[in-house]
Design a protein around this ligand. Structure first.
Ligand SMILES: [Zn+2]
Length: 163
């Protein structure tokens, strides 16, 4: 029997998406067990990692777990945290690109730009979606990306939203 068939798709060991500690696979199952966070199951078809207790899901890209959101608030909060980080590094975000698979989920929560039905903003920053025909595997996994420029924006319309 091929050794690799004894392990789930992500191999004998992964980092826990919650605590980032190495956690081991339970052989002959699709599960990994974190002693702090419980069991995670790898779906060999979708390549999702599912936290059995909460149903939260992640996908892996270049050794990093990306949470797969099922609520608009989740992705908005993640974007807000990332905007804060860019701001702290002395840069400004000029555009937010959101993965196309979230378009339906999040469109109702975006601000309309000048009543143009195809033009959106989030935290007063222009939003685009990744291209629908984008075969880029990365965009099936990551949630969003930013276009940035050096320098401090003149105002922080997004700064107080979650206070
Ligand atoms: Zn953990």
């Amino acid at each position: 029997m091929n050794q690799s068939f004894q392990y789930p798709i992500f191999g004998p060991e992964i980092n826990c998406p919650h605590c980032h500690q190495p956690i081991v696979a339970l052989t002959l199952t699709d599960s990994y067990l974190c002693h702090r966070h419980g069991a995670f199951e790898a779906d060999p078809n979708t390549r999702d990692l599912v936290h059995l207790q909460s149903g939260r899901q992640w996908r892996l890209w270049q050794n990093e777990w990306y949470r797969q959101h099922s609520h608009a608030d989740g992705i908005r909060f993640e974007i807000h945290e990332a905007l804060d980080e860019v701001y702290r590094s002395g840069n400004q975000v000029t555009k937010i690109i959101i993965a196309n698979r979230y378009q339906e989920l999040i469109t109702g929560y975006l601000e309309r730009n000048n009543n143009d039905i195809k033009s959106f903003k989030l935290y007063n920053i222009p939003v685009e979606f990744s291209s629908e025909s984008d075969a880029d595997e990365r965009w099936q996994i990551i949630n969003f990306d930013f276009a940035t420029e050096p320098g401090i924006p003149q105002r922080y319309p997004y700064f107080r939203l979650f206070e």
